[in-house]
Design a protein around this ligand. Structure first.
Ligand SMILES: Nc1nc2c(c(=O)[nH]1)N[C@H]1C(S)=C(S)[C@@H](COP(=O)(O)OP(=O)(O)OC[C@H]3O[C@@H](n4cnc5c(N)ncnc54)[C@H](O)[C@@H]3O)O[C@H]1N2
Ligand code: MOO
Ligand SMILES: [Mg+2]
Length: 435
C-alpha cells in the first residue's frame, strides 16, 4: 500500500533537491528565450549625448524670444548634420545648424525647431532659417540618460531574454551574453507496447506520444531534452537506461511503469540503484502514481505512463525544478481566478487538475474543460492552456464558482506554490452562498 502525500508536500520534497545550474555565454543572436545569468547594468547613459528627436534646426532658444508671425527672426544656417555626425564649432545666438533626427546637438544650441515650422531663404549668398514663433529652452532635445541611466540595473539575472532585452544587450555592446546553461533532461519512455513515431501500428501497440510531449514541455520550461531509446517493460533494460541517463543528464524522467502492475519496474529500479524515494503517491488526479527519488543529489522523476497524468506531473514537479536550475525567481505556474464552466458533482478525496481552456467573456475569465477528463486521454491536451484546480474533499463543484486555474502558457510564473488560497476562497464562496 502506498501512502499518498499532498501535492504541496510533494512539491516541497522535490524542491529541497534543487540546485542552481551552470552558466555559459552565447552569441547575442542565440540569446532569445535564454535566461540571463548576470544582472544587465547600464554601462553608460543612454543616450550618452544630447540629440535631436526631429529633422529641423538646432538653435539657441533665446534668439526667438520676440519672434511671432508678424516679426519672424532670421538665423543664419551654418551647415547641415545628419545622424552620426557632429557640428564641432558650435553655434552663436543668431545662428542655426540644420539637424536630422538622431544627430548630436551642437554646443550653443538648446532647442530644436521642426523643419515643418520653418522656411529657409537665401540672402546675400547666405542661407537663413525663418522662425515665426518663440521656441522654449530645451524644446525637442533628447536629454542625456533620458532612456537609461549609467549604473541602473535594467534586467535582473533570472530574466528570460525577449527581443526588448536583446535590444538592451546590444545597446551596451554584449556580443556574447552570459546565460544559464540549459539543464539536460533525460526522457526515457518505458513500455513494451510502444512504437516509435515512424512505425506502423501493430496489434496491441501504440505510438510513444509521451516522449514528444515531454520534449515540448522541457523546451517550454527552458531545458534541453535528451531522448533515450524506448525501453521495453524489462527490468534490466529499464535499469540500464536509467543508470546511463543518470550519468549523462541533470535530471532523469521516465514515463510509465511506475504503478503496481506486474511489469511496472520503476520502483524496483529505484530500489536497486539505491535511490532515496521522495514519494510514490500524490493525492492528485491525474498523476497519483507520480514518483520521485534522489540518487547522489540527482533527481529522478517517475512520471505516469498515462498521457494526461504524465503531462500534469511534469508541470507540477519537473517544471519548477528545471526553472530553479535556470535561475528563475518565479518557478511555479501562475494562478488566476476563473469562473468554472461546468459542474463537477462527484466529490474526490484527491485534488483534481482539470485540463482547461480559458476564454474571456465580457472581461471575465471563464475556464471550460477540454474534452474528456481522464488520465489516459491525449486529445484533451491539444487545447489546454490551463489546469483548473479542484481541491480534494467531500463535495463536488458547481458551474459558476470562482476557482483557481494554473496558467500553462504564462511566461511570468509565480514565486510560490500556494494551494491554500484555493481552499480559502472556495470556503468563503460556499459560506456566502449558504448564509
Ligand atoms: N491496480 C491498479 N492499477 C492502476 C493504478 C492503481 O493504483 N492500481 N493506478 C492507475 C493510474 S492512476 C495510472 S495513472 C496508471 C499508471 O500507470 P504506469 O505509470 O505504471 O504506466 P504504464 O502502466 O506503463 O502505462 C499506463 C498507460 O499509459 C500508456 N503509455 C505508457 N507510456 C506511454 C507513452 N510513452 N506514450 C503514450 N502512452 C503511454 C500505456 O500504454 C498504458 O495504457 O496505472 C493505473 N493502474
Ligand atoms: O495517476 Mo492516475 O493519472 O491518477 O489516473
Ligand atoms: Mg503500469
Amino acid at each position: 500500500m502506498r501512502k499518498p502525500i499532498k501535492v504541496e508536500e510533494a512539491i516541497r520534497k522535490v524542491m529541497e533537491w534543487t540546485r542552481t545550474g551552470r552558466q555559459e555565454t552565447v552569441p547575442i543572436k542565440e540569446s532569445l528565450n535564454r535566461v540571463l545569468a548576470k544582472d544587465l547594468t547600464a554601462t553608460n547613459d543612454v543616450p550618452w549625448f544630447k540629440r535631436s528627436p526631429y529633422d529641423g534646426y538646432a538653435i539657441f532658444s533665446g534668439s526667438t524670444a520676440e519672434a511671432n508671425a508678424d516679426h519672424p527672426v532670421l538665423l543664419e544656417v551654418l551647415g547641415t548634420i545628419g545622424a552620426g555626425y557632429t557640428w564641432d564649432e558650435g553655434i552663436k545666438p543668431d545662428q542655426a545648424v540644420k539637424i536630422m533626427t538622431g544627430a548630436a546637438i551642437p554646443d550653443g544650441a538648446d532647442a530644436v525647431i521642426m523643419v515643418e515650422l520653418t522656411k529657409e531663404l537665401e540672402k546675400d549668398g547666405k542661407i537663413y532659417v525663418q522662425i515665426k514663433r518663440k521656441v522654449e529652452k530645451g524644446e525637442n532635445i533628447v536629454e542625456i540618460g533620458e532612456d537609461m541611466k549609467k549604473g541602473e540595473i535594467l534586467v535582473p539575472k533570472g530574466t528570460t531574454v525577449n527581443p526588448g532585452v536583446m535590444a538592451t544587450l546590444a545597446t551596451f555592446g554584449y556580443q556574447d551574453v552570459p546565460v544559464m546553461k540549459k539543464p539536460k533532461a533525460a526522457i526515457i519512455a518505458t513500455g513494451s507496447e510502444l512504437l516509435e513515431v515512424d512505425e506502423p501500428l501493430e496489434k496491441g501497440k501504440i505510438r510513444n506520444s509521451n516522449a514528444y510531449m515531454l520534449w515540448g514541455q522541457v523546451i517550454r520550461a527552458g531545458g534541453e531534452p535528451v531522448f533515450y531509446r524506448l525501453v521495453k517493460d524489462d527490468f534490466n533494460e529499464t535499469y540500464e537506461a536509467v543508470k546511463r541517463a543518470l550519468g549523462e543528464a541533470d535530471i532523469v524522467m521516465t514515463t510509465g511503469g511506475v504503478s503496481v502492475g506486474d511489469f511496472d519496474y520503476i520502483p524496483k529500479v529505484y530500489e536497486k540503484l539505491g535511490a532515496e524515494l521522495l514519494f510514490n503517491k500524490v493525492a492528485m488526479r491525474p498523476g497519483s502514481v507520480t514518483s520521485a527519488a534522489v540518487l547522489a543529489g540527482k533527481i529522478l522523476f517517475g512520471l505516469s505512463g498515462n498521457p494526461s497524468a504524465c503531462y500534469v506531473g511534469f508541470e507540477l514537479f519537473v517544471r519548477p525544478y528545471l526553472k530553479t536550475m535556470l535561475g528563475h525567481r518565479n518557478v511555479y505556474l501562475k494562478r488566476a481566478q476563473a469562473t468554472l464552466g461546468e459542474d463537477f458533482p462527484k466529490p474526490n478525496p484527491f485534488t483534481r487538475f482539470v485540463r482547461a481552456k480559458l476564454s474571456y467573456e465580457a472581461g471575465v475569465i471563464h475556464a471550460g474543460p477540454v474534452r474528456m477528463d481522464k488520465s489516459n486521454i491525449v486529445s484533451s491536451l491539444i487545447e489546454a492552456n490551463a489546469l483548473i484546480v479542484l481541491p480534494g474533499g467531500s463535495r463536488g463543484f458547481t458551474k459558476g464558482l470562482q476557482v483557481d486555474v494554473l496558467l500553462l502558457e504564462d511566461e511570468e510564473g509565480a514565486p510560490e506554490w500556494d494551494e491554500n488560497i484555493t481552499d480559502r476562497r472556495l470556503q468563503r464562496q460556499r459560506e456566502n452562498h449558504f448564509s
